[in-house]
Design a protein around this ligand. Sequence first.
Ligand SMILES: [Mn+2]
Length: 362
Amino acid sequence: MIKFVHTGDIHLGLQFNSVTFNRDTAHYRRAELWSTFKRIVDYSQDEDMDFLLIAGDLFESKYFTLGDMMRLRDIFKAAEDVNIVIAAGNHDYLGGNSLYKKVEWSDNVHIFQAGGISKIDFPELDTVIFGYSWDRVEIRNHQLFDDYDFDDGMKNRILLIHGDIGSNSNYLPLNLDRLKQLDLDYIGLGHIHKPEIFTNKIAYCGSPEPLDFGELGERGFIQGHIEDGETVVEFIPFSKREFLHKTIQINENMSFQDIYELIRNVDGNKALDYYRIELNGYRQDDIKIGDLQLLVKDDFHYIEIIDNTSPDYDLVALERDYRDSVIGEFIKEMKDKGLDDPLVKKALYYGLDALLKGRVDI
Ligand SMILES: [Mn+2]
């Protein structure tokens, strides 16, 4: 039996420019990518994995330094009993000046060369790993597997590749049906940051730490083993934090304190996770969402509030200003029906939305 951990899309060195992080938050998150990656390497060593498969985008070439690369080298060297196998992706592609080529790796580290599919044999484990490293930032080749002969005498056969399951991608389009036809025990994929197990033999590992609010939900890696031609895989949640997007509906009857409590009591782990909270509905005219944001900051590791609220209607002023029009008549009629009835009040607000704002999303 062979045991493996499959990870990828770690993006060490990421600057988080596309996230609404300030400098300190980005700096801190960058450090966390390193610590989680090291935890994965340590886990592989401690759990006696035969292989740690890295399916590309291990780091950001644009921001990575030689010092960072030496740090990686030392982390890998410490896991000397694990075969660490790397296929480069589009963010860490193996061009002529790649940092991958600038350090001397320990014997347990194996990196696929660029220029087509190649293979690395591990005779003592009766295993062959096929792989493909990117040599540029975009690849449109659809025929990657057509000319390659996956024949090999080894019992366990794995493919490691960074690519996009989808037909018209600029990022190495892969066809799932074509992958299923390959006579392999496991295909470890990188590029899509959401983990997905297609079959027990084909999976995206996903990013081990989520990188922005587009990456909601659990993150971790794939762990698996192959025994007598049978492959078993499972997703192992491993990220330190999650990104969460919550929507809170408020209304014009809620006080500042009411809304504050709603935000504070939102579910999830406030001390750990990244929250984006969207407030919808009508608020009392004088409630400042900016003040709420300042107040709740201390309750969360990270929070940003998206304010979609509208100030409440001033019915007295509206009725006066639109006295001789259908709007004034409408307000008067609904008031006569009794605004204490929540249904009547709701109907009044929908009506005013339609009449005053042209909003008819009922
Ligand atoms: Mn990636």
